[in-house]
Ligand binder design. Structure first.
Ligand SMILES: *C/C=C(C)/C=C/C=C(C)/C=C/C1=C(C)CCCC1(C)C
Length: 250
């Protein structure tokens, strides 16, 4: 597994690096695509290597964290290319990435809860439904399939529904009887979904809703790139931190 990863990187990286030759260093958004790409790759390697440090029941959580940043790494290579070559917002690549990685983050909640409660599966379904509404509406707005403001409002409703389920729903009650480490993981992941995820609608608003005509592509992409960096890498690190603590107690 690890060998495959290293081998693959050794073969693939030179061509990616070459594609970066077109990057204009004064292009702030382009530079942010490049930095987040590097961060995603580094995080992916980190999560897969760190699997060895944790006990068996936490390994899947770290694998999923690595998949999330790995999938994002792959999409960032393409998104960076679209931006550098055309100056356009890579909406389709962005949403394909989110459509894969957001459900995987819900899987992380499931994995944390499945070990200690019986409500994990039903909570997972609700979170998945909320995230599909959120992303479907966001895509419709950004791709010009729906007017941007109503799409935004429907997307917000999907997100708020998820927050409601996490705070008021069965997950929170169920997790309160679990170990302190599992509790703190659940709480930290909720913070990510409330605070970290708030960066995304802020990006959408800055890109499409801030007065005037047209799309503020630079604001949009800069804020989305920051959001992905925080929400994919920090999210994984929170899980890693709990996994390491719990494993040393066992
Ligand atoms: C790794 C990618 C993640 C965690 C993506 C998260 C995306 C969101 C939280 C998007 C939220 C949006 C709204 C709440 C309103 C409509 C516009 C969106 C789709 C940007």
């Amino acid at each position: 597994m690890k060998l495959l990863l290293i081998l693959g990187s050794a073969i693939a990286l030179p061509s990616f690096a070459a594609a970066g030759g077109d990057l204009d260093i004064s292009d702030t958004v382009g530079v942010s695509f490049w930095l987040v790409t590097a961060g995603m790759l580094a995080a992916t390697v980190f999560f897969f290597v760190e699997r060895d440090q944790v006990s068996a029941k936490w390994k899947t959580s770290l694998t999923v964290s690595g998949l999330i940043t790995g999938i994002a790494f792959w999409h960032y290579l393409y998104m960076r290319g679209v931006w550098i070559d055309t100056g356009d917002t890579p909406t389709v690549f962005r949403y394909i990435d989110w459509l894969l990685t957001v459900p995987l983050q819900m899987v992380e909640f499931y994995l944390i809860l499945a070990a200690c409660t019986s409500v994990a599966a039903s909570l997972f379904k609700k979170l998945l439904a909320g995230s599909l509404v959120m992303l479907g509406a966001g895509f419709a707005g950004e791709a010009g399939l729906a007017p941007v403001l109503p799409a935004f409002i429907i997307g917000m409703a999907g997100w708020l529904y998820m927050i409601y389920e996490l705070y008021m729903g069965e997950g929170k009650a169920a997790v309160s009887t679990a170990s302190p480490a599992v509790n703190s993981a659940y709480n930290a992941m909720m913070m990510i979904i409330v605070v970290g995820w708030a960066i995304y609608p802020a990006g959408y608003a800055a890109g499409y809703l801030m007065g005037g005509e047209g799309v503020y592509a630079s604001n949009l992409n800069l804020i989305y790139n920051l959001a992905d960096f925080v929400n994919k890498i920090l999210f994984g690190l929170i899980i890693w931190n709990v996994a390491v603590k719990e494993s040393s107690n066992a």
